[in-house]
Design a protein around this ligand. Structure first.
Ligand code: GDP
Length: 179
């Protein structure tokens, strides 16, 4: 925590379970292919990765994925300390993007995470990733189920066809007005 910048730049955290499409979303959002590595790199799993965007006005903070069954036990235990401290205490944090896989029914670990963040007074934007994988008929159903489960309006997002990218960019750019 002590190594984080103290420049007052507003931050947006990205959280979600491993494989939800977080790295792909970061790359799509930034319009760069290799900003966030889409392959999992040992050692990176416990760190916060910071990306300054929008001409230095906003910082995106990539949090390690949670609930990755194959992670070593000591790595899973390590998720807690840094990320929990960051999400609980960081003053510069304005908005948390909670990523969920649009193809799955609402998942307990994600709902737990939403509740945990709300108890800490964090503003949340629910992002339904892999939105391109849903048919036109499936989309309204998924939307309703997510809304009911999370009490939040999901933003459909696809890293394949960039659907939802502009809406998410707007949320990022205006994060300072979100609370
Ligand atoms: P992370 O572990 O959350 O960083 O997930 P990645 O970004 O590495 O993505 C995990 C897998 O989902 C990869 O095989 C991606 O190609 C795939 N994926 C990510 N985003 C999308 C998306 O929007 N649409 C589709 N169809 N696949 C996606």
């Amino acid at each position: 925590m002590g190594d984080l910048p103290q420049d007052g730049v507003p931050e947006i955290a990205l959280v979600g379970r491993s494989n939800v499409g977080k790295s792909s979303l970061l790359n799509t959002l930034a319009g760069q292919h290799n900003l966030a590595r889409t392959s999992r790199t040992p050692g990176r799993t416990r760190l916060l990765n910071l990306f300054t965007v929008n001409g230095g006005l906003v910082r995106l903070v990539d949090c390690p994925g949670y609930g990755y069954a194959k992670a070593a036990r000591h790595e899973r235990a390590g998720w807690g300390e840094l990320v929990e401290a960051y999400l609980s205490e960081r003053e510069a944090l304005r908005l948390v993007l909670l990523l969920v896989d649009a193809r799955l029914k609402p998942q307990a670990p994600d709902r737990d995470m939403a509740g945990w963040l709300r108890r800490r007074g964090r503003a949340l934007q629910l992002v339904a990733t892999k939105w391109d994988r849903l048919s036109g008929n499936e989309r309204p159903v998924a939307r309703r189920e997510l809304e009911a489960a999370f009490a939040a309006t999901p933003l459909g997002f696809s890293s394949v066809n960039a659907e939802g990218r502009e809406a998410l960019r707007q949320a990022v750019v205006h994060c300072d007005q979100s609370r």
